[in-house]
Design a protein around this ligand. Structure first.
Ligand SMILES: *[C@@H]1O[C@H](CO)[C@@H](O)[C@H](O)[C@H]1NC(C)=O
Ligand SMILES: *[C@@H]1O[C@H](CO)[C@@H](O)[C@H](O)[C@H]1NC(C)=O
Ligand SMILES: *[C@@H]1O[C@H](CO)[C@@H](O)[C@H](O)[C@H]1NC(C)=O
Length: 489
């Protein structure tokens, strides 16, 4: 009785001691040729756990973590309960490894009247699994904020990362378990995924679909549509929305009646280059005027509304010439002349150009213009044979003074009216040699008198407001940039 309880105690305690001191006994244990081994295996694999003693043994037994005997060379029927084979050389083969086979496997050999033990282990590698809270669909209004938590499993424990519309996300908490999403733009709508990878099998991923609710955004690519009477006119608005917006057209503040056979409206989805699913509506809305009458020229508005708000875009249908643009190929000025070229667009013939110029006071002139900073306006007839839509014109400005700075601006006119004023072009005249420059004061006087003469005929006596123009241009180019980003990026 005594010896059996001692034995029981020994077999119970010894493995624990061995586990605790196994690291130190690896080399010290002279009774084994094999070393303690941790086998990292996949599910349904087979694994051979070694247990090779240096001396001939009379008995081999294997124990599990709970000290149950799982194999015994003297009880061959025991191992048949499990998918385990005890080989004659002492090794234990575990066939068709299951997840619950992870643990320690203690081998005990009897040599003479002594027993020796060695600890082995199986660590079953588990492919990653992942779930998120919340999951499924997440319905958020633009500007909202929410948090997603990721729970991952697997052996070894997986590394967690996040993807938002297939792009890696970096602003997570330290453990990567939580992701905070601030919905700053509707294009954040889409898939948010937590990815878990532990090198066992394929990485696992799970997540949610973010739906962003937002008031419609209206983009007008061409705020001015240039036409002429008798042609077809197309007014276009691009609308981004979720839920999908309703569109209503207005002309000069009044609803456009679609039944009227003068108008037709249609919409189509914007084609996307990538085959990405769309989580909001992107539509091009076009109002077509079958044959433009003079009464149809004016301001059109597309109003888009959904449950979250209303937005609108404005398009002006006009037949006036477009704002003239100075051409780069302008030749250099001489001390007294300058050739200027410009271009405009008009579907109807150009009648004439209103050409304005003025001397800019730079402070270093050796003369005092009597009428300073007044615009002089010339009316320059258009060339007869230009059919359009592009019209170009050159004009030689004469009687200028040397070493001076001038400004010019153009407006084009057709039967429907004036274009917008062009941007101001500034140029300077070169200096002349000392001999010629002695006569320059005469030229200056001559020039001054021209200012006085022309002043009486001046159509635009008010100083030209350059500031508001440059602001408009800056705003327009910024708008074009934004549109470009929205549509192509
Ligand atoms: C022990 O026996 C098994 C099964 O026969 C064998 O696969 C293994 O190689 C043997 N080990 C040694 C060291 O001989
Ligand atoms: C281990 O899991 C398998 C199924 O994967 C089951 O059949 C077996 O009974 C389990 N063994 C133990 C000891 O829980
Ligand atoms: C999201 O919310 C909007 C309005 O609150 C609702 O109309 C829509 O059906 C919701 N969508 C989903 C997928 O829950």
């Amino acid at each position: 009785m005594k010896s059996s309880s001692l034995k029981k105690c020994l077999t119970g305690v010894l493995p624990i001691i061995l586990i605790l001191i196994s690291d130190n006994t690896i080399e010290a244990d002279v009774h084994f040729k094999s070393h303690p081994t941790t086998a990292k295996v996949y599910e349904s694999d087979s694994v051979l756990l070694p247990c090779y003693s240096t001396e001939r043994h009379t008995r081999v037994r294997w124990f599990d973590d709970d000290n149950n005997v799982i194999a015994d060379s003297q009880l061959p029927q025991l191992q048949e309960q499990y998918d385990r084979v005890l080989h004659s050389n002492g090794s234990l083969e575990v066939i068709n490894v299951q997840l619950n086979d992870t643990g320690n496997y203690i081998c005990e050999v009897t040599i003479g009247y002594k027993v020796f033990k060695q600890v082995n282990a199986i660590e079953v590698q588990v492919p990653p699994e992942v779930i998120t809270y919340p999951a499924g669909f997440m319905n958020i209004t633009l500007g909202g904020i929410f948090q997603i938590t990721c729970e991952a499993k697997g052996v070894p424990y997986p590394i967690i990362s996040w993807r938002h519309n297939n792009q890696k996300v970096t602003n997570t908490d330290d453990s990567n378990r939580r992701l905070t999403v601030e919905v700053k733009h509707y294009d954040m709508a889409g898939n948010i995924e937590c990815v878990a990878d532990n090198g066992v099998g394929e990485p696992a991923s799970n997540g949610l679909v973010l739906l962003v609710q937002f008031a419609p955004e209206v983009i007008v690519k061409n705020p001015i549509v240039h036409t002429k009477v008798g042609l077809q006119g197309k007014i276009e608005c691009i609308v981004f929305s979720h839920p999908t917006a309703q569109i209503h057209w207005f002309f000069e503040g009044k609803p456009v009646v679609k039944m009227n056979n003068l108008f037709s409206a249609y919409e189509n989805d914007l084609t996307v280059t990538e085959a990405l699913p769309s989580y909001y509506s992107k539509k091009r809305h076009v109002l077509t005027i079958r044959s433009v009458r003079e009464a149809d020229l004016g301001k059109y508005e597309c109003k888009a509304d959904n449950a979250l708000g209303l937005s609108s875009g404005t398009v002006t249908l006009m037949a006036n010439p477009l704002k003239p643009i100075f051409e780069d190929k302008n030749q250099p000025a001489t001390p007294t002349t300058k050739v200027l070229s410009w271009q405009t667009q008009s579907l109807s013939p150009i009648i004439d150009y209103s050409f304005k110029f003025r001397l800019v006071k730079t402070g270093n002139e050796n003369f005092q213009p009597k009428a300073k900073n007044y615009w002089t306006t010339l009316t320059i007839p258009a060339d007869k044979d230009t059919t359009g839509p592009f019209h170009t014109k050159s004009y030689k400005l004469e009687g200028l003074g040397p070493s001076r700075v001038y400004e010019v601006s153009i407006q084009a006119r057709n039967q429907y009216g004036q274009s917008e004023q062009s941007n101001i072009l500034q140029f300077s005249t070169p200096a002349v040699s000392d001999i010629i420059s002695s006569s320059s004061s005469t030229e200056s006087n001559e020039y001054d008198s021209r200012f006085d003469d022309d002043q009486e005929n001046e159509i635009y006596p008010a100083p030209f407001n350059a500031g508001s123009y440059s602001t408009t241009i800056a705003t327009m180019s910024f708008t074009v940039f934004i549109i470009f980003c929205r549509i192509f990026l």
